[in-house]
Write a protein that binds this ligand. Structure first.
Ligand SMILES: Nc1nc2c(ncn2[C@@H]2O[C@H](COP(=O)(O)OP(=O)(O)O)[C@@H](O)[C@H]2O)c(=O)[nH]1
Ligand SMILES: [Mg+2]
Length: 296
């Protein structure tokens, strides 16, 4: 049996979280078209007949502007170290640039096998793909180069075989039905944040955090789960944007999040959302500890 850790690293928006969800077959990580959606390490376990893979989704490699971003980068860097295979996820529909060079620089000295995952092939004409692969081969010696579409699932089975082939022999780390170490509270906060990201623009997606203040399990099966969350923003002027006219925006966010949570927990959910101003929370070590305390 094979067993080990495969981390997914790359630039923001490459599709790492979409790929993690696809690989484990469940939505564990939130996804959006905004960069820096993923802020922490997200672990997803998949047990195959050939062995067990522990996938690690990470924040994208970007220039840190706040203490929060420094932590995000540390998370991504750590995930290149203590793992068995590094999967570098690249958006092939994007032109290569400085970010990509920086990414390759970071993985240059990674001692473990590095698999290059060319994602979003659904957006690129087949004819264009071969020259791209040829060019990337010059960058470094990759253990494998695998074109996929995380969105459609195209070639993902092949990618799984490739990952498995580079893992050491070993006993599984987790029981076969184990999915993630992500606490339910964190999942709730993330689903709410995903809806905030989907409905806001400009600086707001970056300066919003969600904290679950109270989590009340249903008293009986299929009973009512009560969830109380705070949406943190950095400035007073951001509050009305999230709340919207006559509270329309926060209602939209709440309804969409609640529907997803009801499906996930398979029970009725009461979701209370509260917007709070917490200036410069992205520099606040105490809040960051609460949001980021997740060692590998
Ligand atoms: N067309 C296409 N879009 C994708 C694919 N994978 C991810 N995306 C989209 O790319 C955006 C960023 O995805 P996400 O998984 O959040 O990227 P991350 O920042 O690397 O985790 C989202 O809008 C996804 O729907 C793909 O294979 N094809
Ligand atoms: Mg992500």
């Amino acid at each position: 049996m094979k067993a080990g850790l495969v981390s997914l690293v790359g630039l923001p928006n490459a599709g790492k979280s979409t790929l993690l969800n696809r690989l484990v077959g469940t939505k564990l990580a939130i996804v959006s078209d905004k960069p820096q959606t993923t802020r922490t390490r997200i672990l997803g376990v998949r047990t195959y007949p050939e062995g067990q893979v522990v996938y690690v989704d990470t924040p994208g490699i970007h220039r840190p502007t706040h203490r929060m971003n420094v932590r995000m980068l540390d998370t991504a860097r750590d995930a290149m170290r203590d793992v068995d295979v590094v999967g570098v996820v690249l958006d092939v529909s994007q032109k290569p640039g400085g970010g990509q060079q920086h990414l390759f620089e970071m993985v240059r000295h990674v001692p473990t096998p590095v698999v290059l995952v060319l994602n979003k092939v659904d957006l690129v004409a087949k004819m264009k793909l071969l020259p791209i692969i040829d060019r990337l081969r010059q960058e470094r010696e990759f253990a494998d180069i695998v074109p996929v579409s995380a969105l459609s699932g195209h070639n993902v089975e092949r990618l799984e075989q490739v990952f498995l082939s580079h893992l050491p022999e070993g006993e599984p780390l987790y029981p076969a039905d184990y999915l993630t170490d992500q606490p339910e509270r964190v999942f709730v906060a993330e689903i709410v944040r995903e809806q905030v990201l989907q409905h806001t623009h400009a600086e707001l997606p970056f300066s919003t955090a969600v904290i679950v203040d109270k989590f009340e399990e249903p008293e009986r099966e299929k009973g009512l789960m009560r969830l109380y969350c705070s949406i943190l923003v950095e400035r007073e002027s951001q509050k009305p944007i999230i709340i919207g006219r006559h509270g329309e925006m926060i209602k939209t966010i709440g309804t969409a999040a609640r529907e997803q949570l009801e499906r996930f927990f398979d029970t009725k959910v009461f979701l209370d959302l509260h917007v709070k101003v917490k200036s410069a929370w992205r520099e606040d070590e105490r809040i960051l500890d609460e949001l980021f305390n997740k060692p590998l």
